[in-house]
Design a protein around this ligand. Structure first.
Ligand code: BYC
Length: 489
């Protein structure tokens, strides 16, 4: 215990320790020491696997300094390695209960119940693993940033994913003893896309080759993050719930980056088509000659990222998910707002399955269909953004509609793994799939065309030709604001 321990006030962020926190680390010598020992490895990982270059640039970043919903962030220039990655949990509610499953009605657990230890550790490790994975996937993008505004948003997302890793590592160190420490080490050892030590979930081992992929990833995959965090925020294990609740505050900006990013690409394409008098969105050669990304290719990118993100929900019918729910560890989206028994003893839920070679809805026990239900909530959430992109296209008078592909399309996990379909879910033979794949997913030409547009545009207030400027600046900054100060070589 140090002198400053008396200064710690429950819930207030303490900056007296190397790791800013609102969990009283100053009074918790064991965990503080463990985290301080983990810190150099984290910085090492950040310097080698975090953003490639720009580590000496000053970036206009927001840092979480409080958990007050109205004033939690502070904006300032920071060099990324000096970002204050902290451990912040939402306010404790002394009255909180376990709200679902066999222990429903008990007081929420402040410690890990012995019988749920392995399952909880697994959930926390999987969640933790995705955070550094996404930073690794995006590490090369700064070099081709289409503006300083976008570069800053990329780095904001990256430092916050770093903080989310800290959030999970805190839980591992605090509640899981030696295995927690080992798992925390493992989180720094695995690498996205590495053949021998890959990241745990499929989508986090894919490349993010260009900025359109980055926007699609933050729209679709970060939204899986939102849904998973929402369901972990329901957890009867209170520290996990509080951690996830605060992470969700940050997550909203990541999806904003994705939605507005794709929206700005769509906007620019439509503007360029209109200005050049190109009415046919399928006249891909002509649209590309305008130096913008044609709408059918944007659709193919969406097909790719949506299908990979659906895989992140696990199998539609899952015993793991049923066990997590029954144990009170991972709930449904908005669990406490749902009007039912929160036990799901006899309830049914419609699940898409392959019946006689066709995707059909089949009633399954709701307890086993927890993943499917969360995925349905996710799809609804995605649909909102797709609708807003379509408004941009409609306003420009272009006849084209972006759509979410079928849930059967291009799946690697669950009911539809192992079958091939068109983007609207019509089953294809293997040969047909191989012949037609490029109609539904980006092919080599699409990738090469997009790659040809990825040229840095780092002048203050300027934007690459293929993307429209944002409507408003970050923190209401003016259009020519220097979001990243890059030292001259
Ligand atoms: N890839 O019963 P099943 C985010 C495994 S994103 C590889 O079907 P379950 C973020 C599964 O582990 C959110 N393996 O599924 C976004 C299991 O293995 P075992 C991350 C997969 O367990 C952007 C087996 O297959 N958080 O935060 O019900 C940037 C059978 O599993 C995959 C979480 O995911 C896959 N896609 O559900 C930054 C929350 N899917 O047990 C961050 C924590 C399944 O047979 N995780 N498997 O060895 C979970 O809740 C669950 O583990 C899953 C899977 C939803 C992932």
């Amino acid at each position: 215990m140090t002198n400053s321990s008396a200064a710690y006030v429950e819930g207030v962020v303490d900056y007296s320790t190397k790791i800013p926190n609102n969990v009283g680390l100053v009074n918790d010598a064991r965990v503080l020491k463990a985290l301080e020992q983990w810190h150099p490895g984290y910085i090492d990982w950040w310097m080698t696997m975090g953003p490639d270059g720009f580590q000496t640039s000053e970036v206009y970043l927001r840092t979480a300094v409080s958990i007050d919903p109205k004033g939690w962030a502070q904006f300032d220039y920071v060099k990324m390695p000096e970002y204050r990655w902290g451990v912040l949990l939402a306010t404790k509610d002394e009255e909180r209960l376990v709200n679902f499953g066999a222990s429903k009605g008990e007081k929420a657990w402040q410690d890990v119940p012995g019988e749920h230890r392995a399952a909880l550790r697994r959930l926390i490790v999987i969640q933790g693993d995705t955070e550094p994975a996404s930073v690794e996937q995006q590490r090369h993008l700064g070099k081709t940033a289409p503006s300083l505004y976008d570069m800053r948003n990329l780095f904001q997302v990256n430092v916050e994913e770093g903080r989310h890793l800290w959030a999970m590592v805190y839980l591992l160190h605090k509640y899981f003893g030696r295995d927690g420490r080992e798992e925390a080490e493992g989180l720094l050892q695995r690498r996205s896309g590495d053949h021998d030590k890959p990241r745990m979930l499929g989508a986090f081992n894919e490349a993010t080759p260009d900025w359109l992929s980055f926007f699609m990833f933050t729209f679709f995959t970060d939204r899986d993050g939102k849904m998973q965090l929402e369901s972990l925020a329901q957890s009867g294990f209170d520290p996990l719930s509080r951690t996830c609740r605060f992470m969700l505050t940050e997550e909203a900006h990541h999806m904003f980056v994705g939605e507005t990013g794709v929206g700005r690409v769509v906007e620019r394409t439509c503007e360029a088509m209109k200005a050049a008098g190109v009415g046919d969105p399928y006249d891909i050669e002509r649209v590309r000659r305008l130096g913008v990304i044609d709408l059918p290719t944007i659709q193919k990118k969406a097909n790719f990222h949506y299908s990979l993100s659906l895989d992140l929900f696990g199998s539609e019918v899952s015993t793991n998910a049923a066990n997590y729910y029954n144990a009170g560890l991972k709930g449904r989206f908005m669990e406490t707002k749902i009007d039912d028994d929160h036990l799901l003893s006899n309830a049914k839920y419609p699940v898409f399955k392959l019946v006689d070679g066709q995707p059909k809805l089949v009633a399954e026990p709701a307890l086993s269909a927890i993943n499917m239900r969360l995925r349905d909530d996710y799809s609804k959430d995605c649909q909102g953004g797709i609708g807003r992109w379509n408004k941009i296209i409609e306003k420009a008078g272009i006849k084209f509609e972006l759509k979410l592909p079928s849930v059967a399309f291009h799946r690697g996990v669950g009911e539809f793994a192992g079958v091939e379909t068109t983007s609207d879910g019509t089953i294809l033979s293997n040969d047909e799939w191989l012949r037609r794949r490029g109609e539904f997913l980006p092919n080599e030409d699409d990738g090469a065309f997009i790659a040809s547009l990825m040229k840095p545009c780092w002048e203050k207030g300027k934007y690459a030709h293929w993307i429209a400027p944002p409507k408003v600046g970050i923190d209401n900054k003016p259009g020519d604001f220097e979001y990243v100060r890059i030292p001259r070589a």
